[in-house]
Design a binder for this molecule. Structure first.
Ligand SMILES: Cc1ncc(COP(=O)(O)O)c(C=O)c1O
Length: 424
């Protein structure tokens, strides 16, 4: 045994000793990667031992006791599938049943595009995976193109299109003074972009600002994008989370479809079914006809194959069971509404608390914004003070995850925000 170990060590030494390189020299140039701005907040929160600490950094839903939630429709779906599923691979494009149900949510229950089989769609590794698959597809089949991304956006959008080697441009979105939509500049940017540009749009509950265009504004955006021949790619990570009604939250997409756009769409069940860690989502691309959809789907699968071969089965089965069982679907719709309503209620409570404390600032935007996040307008220095003086954790852009606000902590949070902002 000892002799074998010595021989092995000699071989190892030899194979790692090319020229002047010693065994430890392969990765000496590798520096630690910068911390992810969002996940770094959670790490700091966990390390804090103060009992009053509050985490409004991470975008994951919590109940009014601050606890993670597993929806009852998910639990019941798990009970129904327990023990009667095999562990075979899914096809490269994932669960056909899950994808079919998912398309109905985005394109409409009775969508002609679905009937005409014009949508190329594959199961994806949640919303992130769907965006990445599309970015790679865009690079492969439109190698000359760029992507226009709103300012600000979910920070990972930049990473995704960067790693897919698609050049990025930005377009105006948020107006820091009004804390609402910078509609005029947004429209100018759409007009000034070269014809046939790719635009990334948040279908609803824009992250991080919580600012969505109105229905009228969506119509104008759609019209302008159509006349410029732009390609709209919708990232829909929060369907149902904005208004409590998935149909209503798909309105932006439906407007574009009515106007005859050929769209791309990333869907995720992380938030609206609370399936964060199951990584279940869908990428779809609306095509000219069925033949094109077959070709596009086959190419999406080709891109997936060397990355992860085929997607995981369990989350997809949970989703397809819920959406294809009328009783579970009804339960899901109720539960999404409960989550959205709790967040809407916390927005009102936070605003009212700040007003009661006599804050000299306007906090109207807290209730005007929608979805999981409130873009508070606080500066990075104010956010730092919240952390060091009050043990309140959020990203330095002032984004408050309303999902982390509860009846128990909203007063404490409002008081701290008032203290750090009142002399601004
Ligand atoms: C705008 C947006 N897109 C996509 C995602 C992706 O989430 P997931 O990959 O967990 O579905 C998120 C999550 O925070 C998001 O906010």
């Amino acid at each position: 045994m000892a002799a074998r170990t010595t021989i092995y060590n000699k071989i190892l030494q030899k194979s790692c000793n090319f020229g002047t390189r010693s065994m430890s020299s392969w990765w000496t140039h590798v520096e630690p990667a910068p911390k992810d701005p969002i996940l770094g907040v959670t790490e700091a929160f966990l390390a804090d031992t103060n009992p009053e600490k509050v985490n409004v950094g991470v975008g994951a839903y919590r109940d009014d006791n601050g606890k993670p939630v597993v929806l009852e429709c998910v639990r019941e779906s798990e009970r129904r599938i327990a023990g009667n599923q095999n562990m075979e691979y899914l096809p490269m494009g994932g669960s056909v049943k899950m994808v079919d149900e998912t398309l109905k949510l985005a394109y409409g229950e009775n969508s002609d595009f679905i009937k005409e089989k014009r949508i190329a769609a594959v199961q994806a590794l949640s919303g992130t995976g769907a965006c990445r698959l599309f970015a790679d597809f865009q690079k492969r089949f439109r190698p000359e193109s760029q992507i226009y991304i709103p300012v600000p956006t979910w920070s990972n959008h930049h990473n995704i299109w960067r790693d897919a080697l698609v050049p990025q441009r930005t377009f105006h979105y948020y107006h820091p003074e009004t804390k609402g939509l910078d509609f005029a500049s947004l429209m100018d940017d759409i007009k000034n972009a070269p014809n046939g540009s790719f635009f990334l749009l948040h279908a609803c509950a824009h992250n991080p600002t919580g600012v969505d265009p109105t229905e009228e504004q969506w119509k104008e955006i759609s019209y302008q994008m159509k006349s410029k021949g732009h390609f709209p790619f919708f990232d829909m990570a929060y369907q149902g989370f904005a208004s409590g009604d998935p149909e209503r939250d798909a309105k932006s997409i439906r407007i574009f479809l009515e106007d005859g756009h050929l769209i791309g769409c990333a869907q995720s069940y992380a938030k609206n079914m609370g399936l964060y860690g199951q990584r279940v989502g869908c990428l779809s691309v609306l095509c000219d006809d069925e033949k094109q959809a077959v070709a596009v789907k086959s190419q999406l699968q080709q891109i997936a194959r060397p990355m992860y071969s085929n997607p995981p089965v369990h989350g997809a089965l949970i989703v397809s069971t819920i959406l294809s069982s009328p009783d579970l679907k009804e339960l899901w719709l109720k539960e999404v509404k409960v989550m959205a309503d709790r967040i809407i209620g916390m927005r009102t409570a936070l605003k009212e608390n700040l007003e009661k404390l006599g804050s000299p600032l306007s906090w109207e935007h807290i209730t005007e914004q929608i979805g999981m996040f409130c873009y508070s307008g606080m500066t990075p220095e104010q956010v730092d003070r919240l952390r060091s003086e009050y043990h309140i954790y959020m990203t330095r852009n002032g984004r408050i995850s309303m999902a982390g606000v509860t009846t128990g902590n909203v007063g404490y949070l409002a008081n701290a925000i008032n203290e750090v902002t009142k002399s601004a």
